[in-house]
Design a protein around this ligand. Structure first.
Ligand SMILES: [Zn+2]
Length: 468
């Protein structure tokens, strides 16, 4: 039998409703605000969209352009996102498409001084690829379902070098976004149920068999929605957060297990890392090309894990839930420093197994990481953990970034001790919540807690190919 989650401490935070409650928090007016509308035809896979974003510019220099990323146009995604109209502050502007059609650069009519905001308004069409046939399963349509991940023009991160305009390899994650507030209107046949980032109001009937949902989310790094007519949805509540699991017909047992695992992980990670500040968390089954994928407030799990790969479902769900902290609350450049969220999410599954099943079961997880990594070393393929995603062939990405990365964190915990290590994770969250952390931030943090010994581990595992 599996034990139920241990009781939460009396000081457990009450999560705010997405958007309205969080918007009152201090400093959050500095985040972008999206108004997004999708009108979805699940038969043709055509989406008509509008996106308005108000982008506050902090400086230091005046801003001369705004970049919108159009990830459905990336080769691995198989979609076509076309911006048919673009305006800045209500006036049509010149735009240029670059980075394999995934970056649209809008020239501002006049340089924007720091401290002011710019509003970009776009109309777009999105042709989705057929799910399970083309693309990666994060975006598509088929069998009465629609997957809408990265399905709108989005403002990327911006650093000292300017806008983030990289396009990573198909085996890695694709975005680097600032957190923002989202108000999203979804129009679709009334037979469909939406599972989304954030939360949605009860739908408004439009007649003609169509409905409209208004959803809000924030502060979050992205907004994803999955709609289907035949999702089997089960629900539970964890300290005021509604957790939902949506599985496909015939996979209800996997759906219930995913709900149970996600609920346990959510309760545990809130205690260990810090509060999950949103109202809902959804776990959704889909025809994904990879095992799992994280979005704010929602994780997508490959359908095979509800069937023939069922014994592998639990660690996948837990890894993706951990991304709500590592990727979601604490962001990072997922293409140039993917280890920063992947190693932490993978390591978090060890904390889960230790807490839920004890040291022996957890030891098996750690041993599986070691075997995976040792096989790479034996093949003469060892590489540092801290490289960009495209520095790894697809088959080495998991063993080196996820598992060797998690083993680095195991070594770090052994060196500085359990209590100091957990304090370090909490400090990392507090320092970078709603922001972006860099590898240098992480190194500074661990050296502050663990001294030169922690720095040596960082050199050996993250930067080196020395076999530690
Ligand atoms: Zn991951």
């Amino acid at each position: 039998p599996r034990p139920s989650p241990s009781a939460s401490p009396p000081s457990a935070p009450v999560p705010g409703a997405d958007f309205s409650a969080a918007a009152d928090e201090e400093g959050l007016e500095s985040f972008p605000r999206y108004d997004l509308a999708w009108e979805v035809d699940p038969t043709s896979g055509l989406v008509a969209g509008q996106m308005i974003v108000r982008y506050p510019w902090a400086g230091p220099e005046p801003l001369s352009d705004l970049v919108l990323r159009l990830f459905p146009n990336a080769p691995a995604w198989g979609g076509t996102l076309t911006v048919t109209q673009a305006q800045i502050n209500g006036h049509p502007v010149r735009s240029t498409l670059t980075v394999e059609g995934t970056a649209l650069r809008l020239s501002l009519p006049a340089p924007l001084p720091p401290g002011q905001s710019v509003t970009a308004t776009t109309a777009f069409t999105l042709q989705l690829p057929p799910l399970g046939v083309e693309g990666n399963g994060q975006l598509g349509y088929g069998a009465g379902r629609v997957a809408l991940a990265e399905a709108y023009p989005m403002v990327p991160c911006r650093g000292a070098e300017g806008w983030w305009e990289v396009l990573g390899p198909a085996h890695g994650d694709v975005t680097c976004n600032p957190v923002a507030f989202y108000r999203v209107q979804i129009t679709a046949p009334a037979t469909m149920t939406p599972l989304t980032s954030g939360r949605c109001d009860p739908p408004l009937s439009l007649g003609g068999g169509m409905q409209r949902w208004l959803c809000t989310a924030g502060p979050v790094r992205d907004f994803a929605a999955f709609l289907g007519a035949d999702y089997q949805v089960v629900t539970t509540s964890v300290e005021g957060v509604t957790v939902r699991s949506a599985s496909l017909p015939g996979d209800e047992a996997g759906g219930r297990e995913a709900l149970d695992d996600a609920a346990y992980a959510l309760a545990l990670f809130q205690r260990r890392f810090g509060p999950y500040p949103y109202a809902e968390l959804d776990v959704v089954e889909g025809p994904l090309d990879r095992a799992g994928m994280e979005y704010p407030g929602l994780v997508l799990i490959q359908a095979a894990y509800y069937g023939e790969k069922r014994e592998g479902l639990e660690p996948i769900v837990v890894h993706e839930v951990a991304h709500q902290w590592w990727y979601g609350l604490v962001g990072n450049d997922q293409v140039n420093a993917p280890w920063l969220d992947e190693a932490l999410a993978e390591f978090s599954t060890l904390l889960y197994y230790e807490d839920r099943y004890g040291e022996e079961e957890a030891g098996l997880i750690e041993e599986s990481w070691r075997q995976s990594y040792e096989a790479v070393v034996a093949a003469g393929q060892d590489r540092p953990v801290g490289l960009p995603a495209d520095a790894y062939p697809q088959e080495l990405y998991g063993p080196l970034v996820y598992r060797k990365g998690a083993l680095f964190l195991v070594a770090l915990r052994e060196t500085i001790g359990d209590d100091a290590f957990e304090a370090l994770l909490r400090q990392y969250l507090v320092q970078h919540r709603y922001g972006l952390a860099t590898p240098e931030d992480f190194r500074t943090l661990i050296e502050g807690r663990g001294g030169p010994a922690a720095g040596d581990l960082y050199e050996a595992w993250i930067l080196g190919t020395r076999h530690p």
